[in-house]
Structures are given as structure tokens and as C-alpha cells.
Write a protein that binds this ligand. Structure first.
Ligand code: SIN
Ligand code: FE2
Length: 213
């Protein structure tokens, strides 16, 4: 077996303390069901092009949110959580039940998730190495689900210069960043376009569930 296949044969494993990886957490039917719910969310809260604070440079990933709070960024106000979608003035749609189920199945926090960031990666989108640190509730984990094309996910330690590793995240895979890994640097180097048949349009959705306060 290749190293990849060995890794994927596990029911779930810690890649490093606090960083839990569950290959095939969602089977194909669950992926399709979650995708249908996600499309309904996006009909209400369409994907938008997020911009970096100050520089105003666009991110290559398109974003939206579900839940009582949504992570948002634009040039003028920067990274923050918003209870109302700045694009529509309406509350964000509720978190899809299957996504919330992942929080309860895989996370270890007694309280419900408050935010679910939706990232959409087109074939050439990526996300630089960063920490998720706009939340006050750093005791609660980040639970992440992948739908669509496989990506190369990079992760390291709490310092940007710590050594990093990459794994392939396939459609249906889950990652939990908790405990010692809650502030681990992570990012997406690139997609493997055409690796999944889930999304007719291609690309990849990633959902990350969090508590904010
Ligand atoms: C993120 O860190 O917000 C996204 C990670 C991913 O796309 O897997
Ligand atoms: Fe992140």
C-alpha cells in the first residue's frame, strides 16, 4: 500500500497532538445530501469575493457562511464575525444538519457551533498558511469538512516557521483542529482538479465549524 492508502485506511487518527483526521467521514450519499443543503444556503447567502484587510487584495477562495455568526473580510473593516450578512443585510442561513452532526460526532465541545465558514475553491484557488484566531473561544475546536476535488492540505505547528506536512483531503474527509492544534498553522497548497465527481462545476467546498464567543 502507498503511504496515502495506509493513511486513508484508518477510521480516524491524530496526525499530531490535537489534529484529528477522519478519512471518508461522509459517504457519497451524505456528501450529496450535505451538498444539496449547502446549495440552499448559498442561494440565500451567495458566495462573495473576500478581500484582505488594508491591501484590498482578493482571496482566490470565494466565501459565504451559515450559522448565527459569519466570518467576513473586506478591505475597510478586515477580519471579523458578523451576525448579519454584509452582502444581503440578512442573517446567515442555519448550519446544515449534517455539518452540525460532524461537530457533535468529532468535536469535544459541549456547546453548539456558532459559525460555519463556507470556502469554495475553483481549480486554481489556494489558501496560504494561517491560523484560525479570530475567535475568542479557543478552547473549542475547528471542525472541517471537504466536498469535491481533492486538495493538498498543509499543516504545521503554532509558529509559522515550524515544520509542515501535507496530506490529501478527499471529498467526505474531516479534520479537527483542537487542543494543542487549535492554533496550528494550516492552508491549502492546491487542488487536484477533476479528482472528484461530486461537483458538476468542479472545484472544492470546505466547511469549517467554530465557536466564536
Ligand atoms: C480554512 O482554513 O479556512 C480552509 C481549510 C480548507 O479549505 O481545508
Ligand atoms: Fe483556517
Amino acid at each position: 500500500m502507498t503511504a496515502d492508502a495506509l493513511l486513508r485506511a484508518q477510521p480516524g487518527l491524530f496526525l499530531q497532538p490535537g489534529l484529528f483526521y477522519v478519512p471518508d467521514y461522509l459517504d457519497r450519499a451524505a456528501q450529496e445530501a450535505l451538498l444539496a443543503d449547502l446549495r440552499a444556503c448559498l442561494a440565500d447567502a451567495p458566495l462573495y469575493t473576500a478581500h484582505m484587510p488594508k491591501s484590498g487584495l482578493p482571496l482566490s477562495v470565494q466565501m459565504s457562511n451559515c450559522g448565527e455568526l459569519g466570518w467576513f473580510t473586506d478591505r475597510d473593516k478586515g477580519y471579523r464575525y458578523e451576525a448579519l450578512n454584509p452582502q444581503t443585510g440578512r442573517p446567515w442561513p442555519p448550519i446544515p444538519a449534517l455539518a452540525e452532526k460532524a461537530w457533535w460526532d468529532l468535536g469535544d465541545d459541549p456547546q453548539a457551533p456558532q459559525a460555519c465558514l463556507v470556502n469554495y475553491y475553483g481549480p486554481s484557488a489556494k489558501m496560504g498558511l494561517h491560523q484560525d484566531r479570530d475567535e475568542n473561544a479557543l478552547n473549542a475546536p475547528v471542525v472541517s469538512l471537504s466536498l469535491g476535488d481533492t486538495c493538498l492540505f498543509r499543516f504545521g505547528g503554532r509558529n509559522r516557521r515550524d515544520p509542515t506536512r501535507t496530506i490529501k483531503l478527499n471529498s467526505g474527509d474531516a479534520i479537527v483542529l483542537g487542543g494543542e492544534a487549535r492554533l496550528a498553522f494550516h492552508g491549502v497548497d492546491r487542488l487536484l482538479p477533476g479528482s472528484s465527481t461530486l461537483l458538476p462545476e468542479g472545484g472544492r467546498f470546505n466547511l469549517t465549524l467554530r465557536r466564536v464567543r
